[in-house]
Design a protein around this ligand. Sequence first.
Ligand SMILES: Nc1nc2c(c(=O)[nH]1)N[C@H]1C(S)=C(S)[C@@H](COP(=O)(O)O)O[C@H]1N2
Ligand SMILES: [Mo]
Length: 251
Amino acid sequence: MAISRRSLLTGLAAGGGGLLLGGCSENPPTYGNVLRMGDWFTYNAQRLMIPGRPLAREYDRGDITSTIAVGTVNPGNDHEPSFNPEAGPLWARLAANDFRDYALEVTGAVARPGRYSMDALMRFKARTQITRHTCEEGWSAINEWTGVPLRSVLEHAGIKHSARFVKFVSYDALQDSIDMFDALHPQTILAWGMNGVRLPQGHGAPLRARVETQLGYKSMKFLRRIVVTEGFDDGGKFGDIAAGYSWFAGI
Ligand SMILES: Nc1nc2c(c(=O)[nH]1)N[C@H]1C(S)=C(S)[C@@H](COP(=O)(O)O)O[C@H]1N2
Ligand SMILES: [Mo]
């Protein structure tokens, strides 16, 4: 399956340039820093070499491996390295009530900003995929993920033509973003299920991103909010760059 060039251009072309054609100043990972030219090259090389939209490999149920939860496993625990004093206690309160009061906030460059409860998210047509998670630290694991394609939620909220990135804000002290190309990818889902059960706490309950085209750290757990942005936002002290990671981690 491929996202047509037309839908890509609809999503990206506004605002002068567009990702595929833009010059350096339009490309997110460098912003003037020579050391980040490697990111710029990887990003552009991938985007040029993959004009269609290849799917990440999908596996069979028998290939599923055990997985440990890494990074934040409990955003409500103030001993966690990425504890967020503002959001962590909110998550703990929601978790105590089985996330019945949870709502994902969708804001930014959308026609209809809003909040989506778990029930609302689960009413969208779900996608299930068995994929390999590849952590930047060298391990990988295969699991089945079920959720709503990010694309469905973005289209429901009404993506503005100026939209170019989707930012993920977590209940811990992490943020990340992906470009519209990956956001509209059919395997980019907001997962609420894992291996046939509701997403376990340590793996990002109640909702996490699965970005199958990039390394594991791009699959943000414990989603609080998604913000559609027109400009690149590196997440400041909450972002990849501050943590020493590449913003673009295509695989
Ligand atoms: N909010 C949040 N998301 C996160 C992390 C984290 O610490 N906090 N760790 C990332 C990293 S480095 C990896 S490898 C995966 C781990 O997912 P898992 O715990 O389900 O194995 O989540 C990613 N998403
Ligand atoms: Mo990771």
